[in-house]
Design a protein around this ligand. Structure first.
Ligand code: XMP
Length: 510
């Protein structure tokens, strides 16, 4: 029988899905379950190995999470990470202590090169630690295979029982050889086969939705972005026209966006209705210059429009959303303070009467969503669109919004997009846009004095929008942008380039 599945058991850590992703990056299928799931509920055919994740609790606490004890009798290798490491030691008779000092962040690790887990890894490297408790006495039959200055047992193994564990986090990018360590376990020790492909994921999720929601009606708010488009396409492949999509034009979209997005949706065979509410949104925003108030006006009215349209359609029991894994972490597990009240167009109206949410992309990261999109035939341009904020151009016009300011942002943004594409940079830059500023500047245009506005160009590189750098745009591109924007767009007097990184700046100006 093929060995092609890694079971990841979650003990409540932050990196559970990241571990799954790291395994999938190797081309091996991984599945996440809560640690206390009864093994009889999980399909164990083709199981190659098990990974126990980290978690915030102490194994010495009687209430701490525990796994079905049969995981050690399945005859497959087990790798414990952080809490999982301590758990393996504890349930095999070892002890765990809570020292005075915790160990957080980048740490030097020294490994025993004899261990298969550390094959082809230098004796000394940097890993990421994040723990209070540590192993005190090793369980019988185990030996320590790595250490740090503060932790004697930073890794251990019992090769006879095929049990391996590490105190540090190999799954995070800060662990220099983390991925190699995981590969040594998954491919080397478990001998898992690389049979996982996005194609299979697409097929499985479509089949699952088809089976689970046979005959049900659903609605989906489309934003024109990658996530909602891919989510809707997946669901529509499962339930066809029982999915009704709604695309609200709030009048704050980029040039020609509503038209081109609708054409793409139609091409995808989506059952989609566009509602043009631009006048309503612009009327509500008239005279308002506070960024947070603008966001709230748009967010609230979006929900009203969405509700109204959903009522007209009627009979939909489920709401489809393009939630992806980083959204899940941000809203559920991460307690970071709210920097801006992000409004995701298509967000769930709180008091709407749905039986539930359908979130087919919940377990995927952005690049996985893109790969899935390509796999199910979402056009390349749609899949590779840059992220666009729900409140749209409203947060790219500083202060109050008028049609004329929107025209300037739209036209300059269109030039920017065209030129970035001409320079072959459109898939290399995370986001790029222009911002209308209220600063007036003197210039000379055709021998006459001009007094027009300053427009800022923002272009950033990033992998997740959490941290960004200003993109290093070629000077020729900058020159071209400046010439074209000032010559072609009335009301533009000067172009400046925003070189701020995030943090301390944010991507958007408002
Ligand atoms: P910031 O400006 O916070 O942006 O660095 C991070 C990412 O989120 C987008 N963004 C928003 N998206 N509603 C949204 O749906 C919002 O209010 C909003 N504000 C920012 C931004 O474009 C970037 O991709």
């Amino acid at each position: 029988m093929k060995k092609e599945k890694i079971l990841v058991l979650n003990f409540g850590g932050q990196y559970d899905q990241l571990i799954v992703r790291r395994v999938r990056e190797m081309g091996v299928y991984a599945e996440l379950h809560e640690c206390d799931t009864n093994l009889s509920e999980i399909n164990l055919d083709n199981l190659a190995g098990i990974i126990l994740t980290g978690g915030p609790q102490s194994v010495n606490d009687s209430e701490s999470p525990k796994a079905d004890s049969k995981i050690f009798d399945l005859g497959v290798p087990v790798l414990g990470i952080c809490y999982g490491h301590q758990y393996i030691n504890y349930v095999n008779g070892g002890t765990i202590e809570t020292p005075n000092l915790a160990e957080y962040g980048k740490t030097d690790l020294k490994v025993d090169k004899e261990s298969c887990l550390f094959k082809d890894i230098p004796e000394e490297s940097i890993i990421w630690m994040n723990h209070k408790d540590r192993v005190k006495d090793l369980a019988e039959g185990f030996r320590a295979t790595a250490s740090t200055a503060n932790t004697d047992v930073a890794a251990m193994e019992n090769t006879e029982k095929a049990l391996y564990s590490v105190q540090f986090h190999p799954e995070v990018v800060h662990s220099e050889y983390g991925q190699k360590i995981l590969e040594n376990f998954v491919l080397g020790i478990c001998k898992a086969e690389k049979t996982w492909k996005m194609k299979d994921f697409a097929k499985e999720i479509i089949a699952e939705i088809k089976e689970k929601y046979q005959g049900e009606k659903m609605i989906c708010g489309l934003s024109g972005g990658v996530d909602s488009s891919v989510a809707a396409t997946i669901v529509s492949k499962a339930i066809g026209d029982n999915l009704q999509c709604i695309f609200v034009d709030h009048g704050l979209l980029r040039k020609d966006e509503a038209k081109s997005v609708m054409e793409t949706y139609k091409g995808l065979g989506l059952n989609v209705k566009m509602v043009d509410k631009s006048k309503e949104f612009l009327d509500l925003l008239k005279g308002e210059s506070d960024p947070e108030t603008k966001r709230k006006i748009i967010g609230n009215h979006f929900v009203e429009v969405f509700e109204e349209e959903a009522k007209k359609i009627g009979g939909a029991n489920y709401l489809v959303q393009g939630t992806i894994y980083p959204d899940v972490i941000e809203s559920g597990k991460d307690k970071a303070s709210v920097i801006k009240s992000h409004h995701n167009v298509g967000g769930l109206p709180e008091d709407m009467d749905f039986k539930g949410l359908v979130e087919p992309l919940r377990l995927l990261f952005k690049d996985e969503v893109r790969a899935l999109g390509e796999e199910i035939g979402v056009p390349h341009d749609m899949v590779w669109r840059q992220p666009f904020p729900g409140p749209g151009l409203a947060i790219r016009v500083i202060g109050d919004i008028t049609e004329d300011k929107l025209r300037i942002v739209r036209e300059t943004d269109a030039i920017l997009r065209e030129e970035v594409k001409n320079f072959g940079l459109n898939e290399k830059i995370w986001q790029y846009f222009t911002v209308w500023t209220p600063i007036k500047t003197v210039g000379v245009k055709g021998d006459a004095r001009s007094y027009d506005n300053v427009i800022a160009v923002r272009a950033v590189t990033s992998t997740d929008a959490m941290t960004v750098e200003a993109a290093n745009l070629p000077y020729e591109l900058m020159q071209k942008l400046s010439n074209r924007m000032i010559n072609e767009v009335e009301g533009v007097g000067r172009i400046v380039y925003d070189i701020t990184s995030k943090p301390p700046g944010t991507i958007e100006w408002e």
